[in-house]
Design a protein around this ligand. Sequence first.
Ligand SMILES: [Zn+2]
Length: 132
Amino acid sequence: MTKKKKNQLWAHWGLFVFIVAIAGWLTSDIGPAGIAALSGLSFLWFLFQAPVPCGALNRGDVEQCRNNGRGVLRGCRIKQHQWQKLKAIVIRRRWRQISAELFPNATTSLASVGAVIALVSSLIGIVKTFIG
Ligand SMILES: [Zn+2]
């Protein structure tokens, strides 16, 4: 395997964790606590590590940034974009902008949906761990 391929594979570690977590529900091999931990990890990966296009809205809310980003929430290397989405959600609560930025294209949309599934899976895992 070439180094570049290895890096690409490594960049998707959260996806593998996610698949293992979901498979855990189907096979009940891992147990809810393990699934909660794995889902939590992949949730963070989707938000802060997943290789998706940035998608942050530029001035005037018309043009979307096409740089490669790191994670659904974090955006690309442009400093302004890095926390733009998080700020939009936490501080400004601009839902129209938020939905445009979280679902700008197929890749980012899938990552956003994946993040939601991972979060739900993690929460169910936690609840099941405590309730049994
Ligand atoms: Zn950007």
